[in-house]
Design a protein around this ligand. Structure first.
Ligand SMILES: *Cc1c(COP(=O)(O)O)cnc(C)c1O
Length: 401
């Protein structure tokens, strides 16, 4: 067996098989490139599902982490620490909001939003106890907790994990009429992804998101935007909602907020909404820890110049122009997305998304299928145009083979 095969076999012997990774064993990485245990190099067009927007081993983020590692890494929220205020202030400013509640993983940010919206519903909106409803969209992906999978429409994510948490209404994504009809006096929030990543990088019809904004404002319902994957530069703007001129009541952030170094997530909203919490009502041992704050603060500082967003916009235009040329030839059925983020529907006759991903891997390019024959392309925003073109060349050769 090769070094790679041996490493995979022993990983499989002692780990739960809740993933089906491509057969590559990474040993190191820098920028948009990863190197495996046998010294082969691969272009990373997944970027840790957008957790690595700033690339592998980003100097500024690694330095921020190293400096903080030598000072203090964890206090718990039982005490104040000296990185916390700056993190919250800067993140609130980046979002144009007032208040931050830090957590660790994306799913925890979503859970926090569910709790916030319900509590806000009872305390502020006046919904009768236990009656709060949250509207979500079909084909959503918001994480893996029992409550979150309760409102998933993906049988793989949901089956066998019941009993399910009640209190959610599922409406078709992109259908404003269905959302209006689902709304009642007891609706406290609409929770949606401005672009559905895991569903295949689905961009809703123009006017949908502004329509959701108008509807939620009219009906005194919180608009909760899950920007965990779409936010922080990926689409060419800080937030995907900006493309439609929409400001939500609450942003959920994660993934890139931790710079690919540490898990950092946050709920960012108004003082009114997050003001529903009193000490003891919600929390996390690691949420807002000094190391997380130091790294996230550097991420926020980098985003405040706008250079990464601009890069994603420019390279994204190039990416979509090149991918657009592939449609019409029969090999690619559709391309969706914004900025450096694309869902590419490959003609099923050419293979599943998984098979295409495996062939690309053999040529030194790493992508991930979403489902069916769709692959997602989401390189680190620091990728060079030359490297991106090199990856696109490999994609063309796989499609032409
Ligand atoms: C990844 C993701 C989550 C969950 O984040 P985890 O850190 O994996 O818990 C939630 N929402 C969206 C849109 C995501 O892409």
């Amino acid at each position: 067996m090769s070094i790679t095969e041996t490493a995979i076999a022993s990983a499989e012997a002692h780990s739960a098989h809740n993933y089906h990774p491509l057969p590559i064993v990474v040993a190191s990485a820098e920028g948009a490139w990863m190197t495996d245990v046998e010294g082969r190099r691969y272009l990373d067009l997944l970027a840790g599902y957008s957790a690595l927007n700033f690339g592998h081993g980003n100097r500024r983020l690694i330095d921020a982490a190293k400096t903080q590692l030598e000072r203090v890494t964890l206090t718990s929220r039982a005490f104040h620490h000296d990185r916390f205020a700056d993190f919250c202030t800067e993140l609130a400013a980046l979002c144009g909001m007032e208040t931050v509640l830090p957590m660790n993983t994306g799913a925890e940010a979503v859970e926090t939003a569910v709790k916030t919206a319900r509590k806000w519903g009872y305390r502020v909106k006046g919904v009768p106890d236990g009656m709060a409803k949250i509207i979500v969209a079909s084909d959503n992906f918001h994480g893996r907790t029992t409550t979150i999978v309760s409102f998933s429409t993906d049988p793989e994510a949901r089956a066998d994990f019941g009993p399910y948490t009640p209190g959610f209404e599922i409406v078709p994504y992109g259908d404003l009429t269905a959302m209006r009809e689902a709304m009642t006096e007891n609706t406290v929030a609409v929770l949606i992804e401005p672009i559905q990543g895991e569903a295949g990088v689905l961009v809703p019809p123009a006017g949908y998101l502004p329509g959701v904004r108008e509807l939620t404002r009219e009906r005194n319902v919180l608009f909760v935007a899950d920007e965990i994957q779409s936010g922080l530069g990926r689409t060419g703007k800080t937030f995907a909602l900006e493309h439609e001129g929409v400001v939500p009541d609450m942003y959920l952030l994660g993934k890139a907020l931790g710079g690919g170094v540490v898990p950092v997530s946050a709920v960012v909203s108004s003082a009114d909404v997050l003001g529903v919490f009193r000490p003891g009502e919600h929390g996390s041992t690691f949420g807002g820890n000094p190391l997380a704050c130091a790294v996230a603060l550097e991420v926020i500082t980098m985003l405040r110049t706008g250079e990464y967003q601009q890069r994603a916009a420019e390279l994204g235009d190039h990416l979509h122009r090149e991918l657009g040329l592939l449609t019409g030839g029969g090999a690619v059925e559709a391309v969706r997305g914004r900025g450096l983020w694309a869902g590419v529907d490959i003609a099923p006759a050419l293979g599943t998304g998984r098979e295409i991903s495996e062939r690309l891997m053999e040529l030194g390019v790493l992508v991930k299928d979403t489902h069916g024959s769709t692959i997602r392309i989401a390189p680190p925003l620091v990728i060079s145009k030359e490297d991106l073109d090199w990856g696109l060349d490999r994609l063309r050769s796989v499609l032409n083979a």
